[in-house]
Design a protein around this ligand. Sequence first.
Ligand code: MEV
Length: 322
Amino acid sequence: MSRRVTARAPAKAILFGEHFVVSGTRAVSSAVGAYTIVNVEEKASWPSELASRELGIRALVLGPDGSFSGPEEFRPIAFVIRALTMRGYDVPPFSLSISTEIPDGAGLGSSASVSAASALALLGLAGSDVSRDDLYSITLEGERAAHGNPSGVDPASVVHGGIILFSRERGVIERVEGVDDSLLIIADSGIRRKTYAPVTGVLNLLKRLEYFRDELLRAADSLVMMAWDALKRKRTEELGILMNVNHGLLSSIGVSTWELDAMVHAARRAGALGSKLTGAGLGGSIIALVRPESEEAVRKALSPMSRWIRIFHLGAEGAALV
Ligand code: MEV
């Protein structure tokens, strides 16, 4: 019987510091319990096969160098395969299928999650052990295919799990497992965009701000550090206020939209401790921090504006073999 391996990786929600993290500030990101599941099965010979259940698409991988024939959506996996080979890992011929609960292009790390789960499943098939740091750098290669200039916060979050304090230069600086009983509501606006466009737009804007760029980055970094402190001390109300301020900063650099603003304000009005867009913006999702007693009201307020809405505890297990 041919060997089969299953791996899974979570989604992520950036709590503080997206965009600014690309320019060197710190950021806080939480893994959340919506998963990509990747199944791989050994095959007798190349080409290998890729299939995505949700997208209904297929591709062929021609060899361990990651050359492939099929839709562009599979390019991150091709980069992952090439990264595995270049690092000296054996990649036997395989048939790989992806199924995911994470909406695509919604700012929730779906591409990083697919890359991490695929890398781990393929390593499992070859019988290779991998450290979290190596899995991170392999997953980062997949992210490079997905959006050019990633800070690395998405792959770090889905690989390490929990809640991380991250910077581009230092990687994961600190990690905590979770916080108290406060909940995170994630609501996807259903508006789609590629991460590349808002990231490039923000980098260009920051360049034009000249000396004020550094002031803004300093403010964003201070905000992240205040938030990290509040999170570790379980000062949830303060965390909510800082989320609101972070949304204001993101609006000021042009990545919110009136739809996202409407959702953020609806969540606050319904009793959220704080609310902001999450990820690259210009569409995608918002997050709202809520106490259990206001969960129902906030969910009700957001539902009519959301294509996908879920409630999570902060922190979830990182990528793992199942
Ligand atoms: C995307 O999830 C987060 C951004 O900060 C880009 C990145 O850090 O790579 C917008």
